[in-house]
Structure formats: C-alpha cells, structure tokens
Design a protein around this ligand. Structure first.
Ligand code: CA
Length: 228
C-alpha cells in the first residue's frame, strides 16, 4: 500500500511523510505538479494526497487529468483555509475529500485511513476465474464449489493475482502489494506461491497459477486449445 504525496513545500511534505511512515504507510513524494501527474500515471497508488497550489501543473488540473483518464485512485486534496471555492472545485474535479491547511496531522491521518478503507469497500466484489471464486468482502475462496482455507497472507497473494487476471505480476510488484514495505526476500513470494498452488491447483486438471519464467506469476484460465 503506497501513498503518493504531491506537495512542493519541503516542511509540510516531510512532516506528512514522517507521520504517515510512523503509521506504517509508505510514501512517494513529488515536489511539483508535473512530476506528480507523471508518477500517478506510472504507478498504482492506494491514495494521492494532492496539494492545490503547485509549481508546474496545479492540483485541480492533475485531478481533472487523472479522472479524465479513468484513474480511480482516491484523492485527498489539500486546500487553503476558508477557500470554499477551492474545496468545491476540488470535489467537482473528482477529489474524494479535502483538508484545509494548516491542519493537525491527526486529522490528515484520519482522512487518509477513511479513504483507504472506503476504497477497499468500493473494490469489494466477487472475482470469478474459471471455477475459482473469491468473495473479497468475506475473504472466502472456493474452487469448484469447495471452500479453500487460506492464511491471511495466502489470501492477500491470491487476491493480488486474481484481481489482475492474466496480468503478469513480478516478484517485486507482489512483494510491494502483499508484503508492503516489510523487508522480505524475493523467494518469500515463491514459497507462498508454492503453498497456494497446493491449495488452489493441486487435484485440479486446470492449473490457474502460472509461472512466467524469469518474470513472475499470473493467474488465468488456460485459453481454449491450450494444454492446462
Ligand atoms: Ca503548495
């Protein structure tokens, strides 16, 4: 889970970064609007904290651009106190919430947590790939109608793969998404994939978890005519 912080003021940026890191959230920071927009396009973030007044491209235009590209990332906009018009415009351009400056860090953290939670709820759904079914609300998994018991981590790994069906995820991306910023060795992923295969694929003719040699892993149903 990674947060993008687009903020040009060094003092505020480092205060926010330190606070979020203390709360176990990892942060990338962009010091201007142009870099911020580019980073938001290139990486998948769990949340963008976007200052309104920025050198380069301002916060409203970044927000507009991301929404025009159908980027669903939650956006928390930092606005000047009492600039009601800015807040309204922020929400109109697709920001999910706003926080007037100056703010208490506790208030920022509460908003951040609420948005991360809300995003999770929004994404809740049932994922079906062939006869595999993930109920993301209840974190329950079945294959051919039979429930599979998974550890917390195994479930996270399976959901990371299943929610990006047919996309190849590298070990680094998996480590980043499932293990977040904890220190883990890349063979951790291989070990967990092995465990997941035993539970999800063993005993089934069709193998859903596939290794892409030298790259990473993907979860997909074999195409018609392809050997399982
Ligand atoms: Ca600023």
């Amino acid at each position: 889970m990674k947060i993008l912080l687009v903020e040009d003021e060094e003092g505020i940026a480092s205060l926010i970064r330190r606070g979020l890191e203390k709360a176990n959230l990892s942060v990338d920071r962009a010091p201007d609007g142009t870099t911020g927009l580019q980073m938001a396009r290139e990486r998948t973030y769990s949340l963008v904290i976007l200052d309104l007044m920025l050198p380069g491209i301002n916060g409203l235009r970044i927000c507009e651009a991301l929404r025009a590209e159908q980027n669903p990332v939650p956006i928390l906009m930092l606005t000047a106190r009492d600039a009601v018009e800015d807040r309204v415009r922020g929400l109109e351009t697709g920001a999910d919430d706003y926080l007037p400056k100056p703010f208490d860090f506790a208030e920022l953290l509460a908003r951040v947590r609420a948005l991360l939670r809300r995003d999770k709820v929004h994404r809740t759904r049932v994922i079906r790939i062939a006869d595999l079914e993930l109920d993301t609300a209840q974190r329950r998994v079945t294959r051919a109608g039979v429930e599979i018991g998974l550890s917390h981590r195994e479930y996270d790994l399976l959901e990371a793969l299943a929610s990006r069906e047919s996309q190849i995820l590298t070990r680094d991306v998996i480590l980043d998404r499932v293990w977040m910023d904890e220190d883990s060795l890349s063979n951790t992923v291989d070990v967990y994939i092995g465990a997941l295969r035993k539970k999800v694929d063993a005993g089934h003719e069709v193998k859903l978890i596939q290794t892409v040699r030298g790259v990473g892993y993907t979860l997909r149903a074999p195409m018609v005519g392809e050997s399982p």
